[in-house]
Design a protein around this ligand. Structure first.
Ligand code: ATP
Ligand code: MG
Length: 512
């Protein structure tokens, strides 16, 4: 190795956040906390309780709930095998037969949930092992011993040795699992839960779209699908946005029918789409077969004229769905919630039915949806629970924050209240005590760890955006009179210790 190359290798590697993930730093995190705190407060006034669910779950939970055909499940999930502990340690040459036997048992018992290809993979690996075993023990000879062994390694690596799990792409499936697992149908109904936290989807990163993003969501689960529940959930999100002073809020609602009426509409839509297939782009053409509803989502300029003439689901709802939909609208009006009906709002996930809604806000470009939600009666049952009605929403917190920042509604970063400029050993002891008392009283205090000249300390206080500098030198300590400098106007005054605290308290109450 040349000297240059050796040097290069020594240089420590520079790490960067993974594509699509972000570091949230102060002061921005103050805004995140403000948003989350507001959610806690508003949701609590509606009787919602916080739920925290794991960040990963079995892949088949999401596949079942979200739907195998959706983009989320078919291509956006971060999935890995969580290897069964019963297969540790790794097998050695001598224990290969025992190991394969164990894998077979675990497939059988369901400890490793069986999947289609597993048996085949196991058989291939076992056969290859037998071949290699014979080679090693000299029972047979091969020209390509290297290839045979390498093939074994590949087949071994392809074996599924544990449960397939995924980072959660959304949380509704988990909340429904929890409802079943914890027998929540025994609780007073409906059960009202909310959550906040990171979700993971392997999408193309851009403004307002990340691979790790954050959602704040809520779900109402129980026996009733009363339209007032739909309206109250929507009212709650709108109140939350209102409290945050989110700008340009637009609520769109629609009903996408139920298992009775939607399939009939979808067939009608498909038939109509086939008539105009030639005029559609390749994406929409494909969707005529896979999911005709998604064609309504199209943003392609050339397709808009055609889509406008397609049949609308509102005209094809069954009687129950039509009644439910008009009652939801009436309930929204009673609550003073302003909405726009949008017949093209269909939402991407399989589990939605009847009420669907989406909220957009300003300053977000094409990624302008800050909240999506809808009714999902039957999802709990689909996951093995009792018949249950459900409705919920998920807010994209990243986008919510972007919009608040763009419109200047982000609250200003809180600087320090007091910077303590101290000089001398005795003053240091007093400064430590003062810092403790001020912090106990709720003030944020910066106490420099080493002595510095007053001039330098005041400059530092300015840089940190402190409101006051508390100056403690030998004089102050011996007199028992402390100097407080207001940094905004440079004014100075002396206080005894109790007076100082009282003064600061008063100023804070006046928000000065
Ligand atoms: P979009 O149409 O924007 O992809 P979606 O229909 O996939 O949204 P949902 O699954 O309903 O979104 O999630 C609810 C909200 O979560 C969205 O309205 C959006 O604000 C936010 N969201 C979804 N995916 C992302 C992402 N990759 N990055 C940031 N926020 C996201
Ligand atoms: Mg999406």
């Amino acid at each position: 190795m040349s000297e240059g190359a050796a040097k290069k290798e020594e240089k420590p590697r520079k790490f960067q956040a993974i594509r699509g993930t972000r570091d949230l730093l102060p002061p921005e995190t103050t805004l995140w906390n403000h948003v989350e705190q507001t959610a806690h407060e508003v949701f609590a006034t509606f009787g919602f309780g916080e739920i925290r669910v794991p960040i990963f779950e079995r892949t088949d939970l999401f596949a079942r709930a979200v739907g195998g055909e959706t983009d989320i499940v078919s291509k956006e999930m971060y999935t890995f095998v969580d290897r069964s502990e019963k297969l540790e340690p790794d097998p050695t040459i001598g224990s290969m037969n025992v190991f394969f036997q164990k894998v077979r048992e675990l497939y059988k018992s369901g400890e490793i949930p069986p999947e289609d290809q597993d048996e085949i993979a196991l058989k291939l690996a076992e056969d290859q092992w037998k071949k290699v075993d014979n080679l090693l023990s000299g029972m047979s000879k091969s020209e390509n011993a290297g290839t045979d062994i390498y093939t074994l390694v590949l087949l071994y690596d392809a074996l599924r040795l544990g449960t397939r799990v995924s980072l959660r792409p959304e949380a509704t499936a988990s909340v429904c699992r929890v409802y079943i697992e914890h027998g929540m149908q025994q609780l007073p109904q409906p059960v009202k839960l909310y959550y906040m936290g990171p979700m993971f989807r392997r999408e193309r990163p851009q403004k307002g779209r990340y691979r790790q993003f954050y959602q704040i969501g809520a779900e109402v689960l129980g026996g009733s699908d009363a339209p007032a529940i739909d309206a109250e959930v929507i009212e709650m999100v709108m109140m939350f946005f209102d409290r945050l002073e989110l700008q340009g809020v637009q609520l769109d609602i629609n009903s996408i029918g139920c298992r009775e009426c939607r399939p009939k509409y979808v067939e009608l839509l498909r038939a109509e789409l086939l008539k105009v297939k030639d005029q559609l782009g390749p994406d929409s053409q494909r969707r005529i077969e896979t999911n005709p509803l998604r064609v309504l989502d199209s943003k392609l300029e050339s397709e808009q004229g055609i889509i406008a003439k397609l049949p609308r689901i509102a005209d094809h709802l069954c009687e129950d769905c039509a009644t439910h939909y008009s009652a939801v609208k009436h309930q929204l009006e009673m609550r003073g919630v302003i909405y726009r009906e949008n017949w093209r709002l269909v939402r991407g996930l399989d589990y939605y039915m009847r009420t669907t809604f989406e909220i957009t806000a300003q300053g977000l470009g094409s990624q302008n949806a800050v909240c999506g939600g809808g009714r999902y009666d039957g999802l709990v049952e689909l996951l093995g629970g009792p018949p249950t009605k459900g409705i919920g929403f998920a807010i994209g917190e990243d986008r919510l924050i972007l919009s608040l920042q763009e419109s200047g509604k982000a609250p200003a970063q809180q600087g320090r209240d007091v910077y303590i400029a101290w000089m001398g050993e005795r003053a240091h002891a007093t400064a430590i005590r003062a810092a403790k008392d001020l912090r106990k009283a709720g003030f944020s205090v910066e106490l420099p760890p080493v002595e510095q000249k007053f001039g330098k300390a005041l400059g530092q206080a300015d840089k940190l955006g402190a409101k006051y500098a508390l100056i403690l030198g030998d004089n102050e300590v011996s007199e028992g009179l402390w100097t407080l400098k207001t940094l905004a106007d440079g004014s100075q005054a002396k206080y005894t210790e109790p007076d100082l605290l009282e003064h600061l308290r008063k100023q804070k109450a006046l928000k000065l």
